[in-house]
Design a protein around this ligand. Structure first.
Ligand SMILES: C[S@@+](CC[C@H](N)C(=O)[O-])C[C@H]1O[C@@H](n2cnc3c(N)ncnc32)[C@H](O)[C@@H]1O
Length: 250
């Protein structure tokens, strides 16, 4: 596996370029996923009626792999955190669902994505949203301040998934839930792919197996863990919906 900083730089550069192109998908621009496969990553998973209410730029910037907002079953007044919020589609959808009494935070490390997301927020005219600059391995929010952590096709990109899950557990209130769309590997990731920076940025090289994913969540203190297949995204890789809960009395 390449050095963690080299992977981080490659991922950041890839998504900065995607933000500039606004609509480039996981794998586009790299050699790993054929551009014809791009839409299988996730835009098709959203309800078209829900997308119609968003700015076209926010929809075009969607580069997730499923719909974590639908999974989260958000209620009015809840506080939501989206890890790796990109152009902001899931933050804006969440903000609508939690309403003015709730709040939606988006966290991303890529300045170009944050600028795009903020422009999309302004265009949507949504006030109950804050985009934060930072890394998903070190969430800049207080302990027990969030009801729901969501994420869409991001955690596979991290070289320290243990830190991502530990931080998610920390910011969730007891009883809070984690509702994530992500890519998992059906088998072993081939060493040559694991060494390929383009494959990291394309959401493939860093994918865990389902078993390793569940074990990492459990090690961070989560319970009620379920991983459900959504759809195949590439040969040997599947988009999944992950649910877990911070135990109410931990
Ligand atoms: C595949 S895109 C998904 C964007 C968004 N969730 C969506 O569904 O459109 C990955 C996003 O995660 C961000 N990202 C990747 N690794 C990150 C990390 N370690 N910390 C913070 N953001 C990260 C990238 O900047 C990019 O915006």
């Amino acid at each position: 596996m390449p050095d963690a900083e080299a992977i981080l730089d490659a991922v950041r550069e890839h998504y900065a370029a995607a933000a500039r192109a606004a609509g480039s998908c996981c794998g586009r621009g790299g050699s790993v996923v054929d551009p014809g496969e791009a839409d299988v990553f996730g835009r098709v998973i959203y309800d078209p009626a829900e997308l119609e209410a968003l700015p076209a730029e926010a929809v075009a910037a969607s580069i997730g792999c499923a719909n974590p907002v639908a999974l989260a079953e958000l209620a009015p007044g809840e506080v939501v955190l989206d890890l790796g919020s990109g152009g902001g589609i899931d933050v804006l959808l969440s903000a609508r669902r939690v309403g003015p009494a709730g709040h939606a935070y988006g966290l991303d490390m890529t300045d170009e994505m944050l600028a795009l997301a903020e422009a999309n927020r302004a265009e949507a005219g949504v006030d109950n949203v804050t985009f934060l600059r930072g890394r998903i391995e070190d969430v800049p929010l207080p302990d027990e301040s969030v009801d729901v952590v969501i994420s869409n096709c991001v955690i596979n990109l991290s070289t320290d998934k243990g830190a991502v899950f530990a931080g998610s557990h920390r910011v969730l209130r007891p009883g809070g839930r984690l509702c994530v769309a992500d890519v998992v590997a059906d088998g072993e990731v081939a060493p040559e792919r694991a060494a390929d920076l383009d494959a990291w940025a394309a959401c493939l090289a860093g994918a865990l197996s389902r078993r390793a994913y569940a074990a990492a969540l459990e090690a961070a203190g989560f319970g009620e863990i379920s991983i459900t297949d959504s759809h195949p995204v590439a040969d040997g890789f599947t988009s999944v919906l992950v649910r877990a809960r911070r135990p109410a009395l931990s």
